[in-house]
Design a protein around this ligand. Sequence first.
Ligand code: ZN
Length: 244
Amino acid sequence: MRVTMLDGGHFTSAAGIWRRGEDMGRRVRYPVPAYLIEVGEERILVDTGLNPDAAADATRHYEGSEAIGYFELEQEEAIDRQVDLDSLTMVVLTHLHFDHAGGLALLPSTLPIVVQRREWKAGSDPEAIARNFFQPRDYEGVDDRVVLVDGDHDLLGDGSVELLLTPGHTPGHQSVRVGVGLIIGGDVTHFAVGLDDGRLPIFGDDLEVQLASAERLRGYRDGGVAVRPGHDPEVLVPGPVAVG
Ligand SMILES: [Zn+2]
């Protein structure tokens, strides 16, 4: 079993948005990870990074979105330059935010997309779209290949990769356990220390629910599992990731 972190790009924005109590005047450059999981014949992409057109000109790509103005996006190379997309067998989305779903447009048009049912429902609910700053452009036109799951889910049926429902950041956010020693946490906490200090971003679908999800991941971590944070510049470096 092999896990590789890919470079999905970067966004730069005010530190205070992503960690309560930080300075709103200080700007920080955050990595956007995506992951390739290789197990047996399966090659699973977890999240897709930024859309390259959005990275080039976000206000044009997401025309009409005010929220996108809070981000400066960059991308050295999109994920199609880092992995042979035709070799993938499925993509798992932790959630529908643009830094996770934006690269869907690059993927082969037959590739199954695994997402939590409640996240997918929120993605077409105008109120939830507004509250969660979703960009429907990222995931339009893919309904016919979306595979919906409900709650924790044994992805391959052999226990090797498990989807964990970890809502709060968005309505149907999920994390991905790989083997016994690794969890790709998604954006349950943007920083590794967020599992301990609970200083979450200032926005989110449901903060209490998100804190409960952080508590759940903290339990795994305290049991010896390495939990990958969402956008921690200190932790997230592209390359091989130990599965444990
Ligand atoms: Zn994110």
